[in-house]
Design a protein. Structure first.
Length: 482
């Protein structure tokens, strides 16, 4: 997460064609106010996001400018600005000296820590549609990483759709980030002093999609790619019922600033669905954040989970380690339930929580001096801001509806090879949603939103001293938090 406001959703696979009228699919690759009158849209757009196994993180390939310049960005549901690195950025002129490792995120963002140059850069002087807005762009993340430059407008092509005069940030300097970010959160979470229509707003206002909504399918840990579907859902990418959960307002500003929902329980369950251990003492507010690698839970809850799975937590490292053989344990899984007892329950297999070298992670010394048989554990702890990152989201099919102020969740259908896309039309609810979870008051609703998210001083997540986290990828095990 950013101290100001930054978002990162990574995708580097080619954009897919529009699937249904009013829906835009976007593929992602995994690295180990009021609106004017508009025509009703019934299309969708899909963007592939690539799982970069070498560097960690999910990247999308988009293009910006005229003629179009290809860019690889991180896709982030935890922020709202889209920005690119300038071709003459200081981040791309100097080598990174930090060593690889795994750190804590929002307290733990992935960061590219090799001697290679930036993942991609934008040469504004070569674009005939570029316009400098002479408006400062300055974002800082809780880990101290950040970029600054200025806002500009230009044409962005994503998921086969072209968005004209989109306001974006151009980073002239960066203290660590070596790739751009596409934030798809609420406009109120932007870094700009004067808010503007961001990517999801422009998708809607230009009549490309019928509702400000998108769905996210990361697939399992070993899959090479996932997808973002703008304006619709894919019925073949989930199993069971889609159940909606209300988004919680940021109490500090009395507005919706992030995809904050109520997590009512976390439990270990046996293969037949029987609850083995319930780790929950109270409902907590959590952010569903694709820009974060790990899942950050309250300290008491996380410690109890560590005890169950013999995980060793290193305060200096900021993450826990487990024996790699835990990935083969099929008799237990973690189950996350949202809202009341009628809310969605997502089962996360242990194989999705054991992060090995080759899935974008590398331990260095690891937690307490990791041996070859030691892997990173996908659950970590925080004393304030609680985040459900990629280690949770891979097991969930998530539909983010900014208009209805809700997120619908269902169990992910791993390795689905078919597609059945349904558009979300203007004024309609999310298709296939069977019910809305009973609202439950979360004890941490104020501590997990707004200022806590954007103020480094309010977070107590520990970052490994030899890994300053940023919104990027690292060879080996890294944590991304943006």
């Amino acid at each position: 997460m950013r101290i100001e406001h930054v978002s990162a959703l990574a995708a580097c696979a080619p954009a897919a064609v529009a699937a249904a009228a009013g829906v835009v699919p976007v593929s992602i690759t995994h690295a180990r106010g009021s609106h004017p009158l508009r025509k009703r849209a019934t299309t969708t757009y899909t963007q592939v996001i690539t799982n970069n196994i070498s560097y960690g993180g999910y990247y999308a390939t988009v293009s910006v400018g005229t003629p179009a310049q290809s860019q690889q960005v991180v896709f982030d549901t935890g922020s709202s600005d889209t920005w690119f690195l300038a071709s003459d950025s200081s981040a791309c002129a100097a080598e990174s000296s930090s060593s690889g490792g795994f750190g804590g995120g929002r307290g733990g963002r992935r960061r590219r820590q090799s001697s290679s140059t930036c993942l991609s850069t934008f040469d504004y002087s070569s674009s005939s549609t570029f316009k400098n807005l002479s408006k400062a762009f300055d974002i800082e993340y809780v880990d101290g990483s950040g970029v600054d430059g200025y806002y500009f407008t230009d044409t962005l092509s994503v998921a086969g759709a072209s968005i004209s005069t989109l306001e974006m940030g151009l980073a002239e300097t960066s203290n660590s980030l070596t790739y751009g970010i596409m934030g798809v959160g609420f406009e109120s979470d932007e870094a700009a002093a004067t808010l503007y229509p961001n990517v999801i707003d422009k998708f809607y206002s230009e009549g490309l999609i019928g509702s400000r909504a998108f769905s996210l399918y990361l697939d399992d840990l070993q899959s090479s790619s996932g997808s973002i579907l703008f304006g619709g859902i894919d019925e073949d990418k989930f199993t069971g019922d889609l159940i909606a959960v209300p988004i919680i307002k940021d109490s500090s500003v009395n507005n919706y600033t992030s995809f904050l929902v109520t997590l009512s329980s976390v439990a270990s369950i046996t293969s037949d669905g029987t609850v083995s251990t319930n780790y929950t003492t109270s409902a907590e507010a959590v952010v569903l954040d694709s820009g974060t690698t790990l899942t950050y839970l309250p300290e008491t809850m996380a410690t109890a989970i560590f005890d169950t799975f013999n995980a060793t937590y290193s305060e200096s490292a900021g993450y826990a380690s487990v024996d790699c053989s835990l990935a083969d344990e099929s008799s237990l899984a973690l189950q996350f339930q949202f809202g009341g007892s009628d809310g969605p329950a997502i089962k996360v297999p242990l194989s999705e929580l054991v992060l090995q070298d080759g899935s974008g992670m590398s331990f260095g010394e690891g937690a307490g001096g990791a041996a070859e048989s030691t892997c990173a554990f996908g659950v970590s702890m925080s004393s304030s801001t609680f985040l459900l990152g990629d280690t949770f989201l891979r097991s969930a099919y998530a539909v983010y509806d900014l208009d209805a102020k809700q997120v619908a969740l269902a169990q992910s259908n791993f390795n689905s090879t078919s597609s059945s896309v349904v558009a979300i039309t203007s004024g309609s609810s999310i298709p296939d949603v069977s019910s809305t979870a009973t609202a439950v008051v979360a004890s941490s609703s104020s501590g997990s939103t707004g200022d806590a998210k954007h103020n480094a001083g309010s977070l107590s997540m520990t970052v490994m001293p030899w890994l300053t986290l940023a919104a990027g990828a690292v060879a080996g095990v890294v944590v991304l938090v943006v």
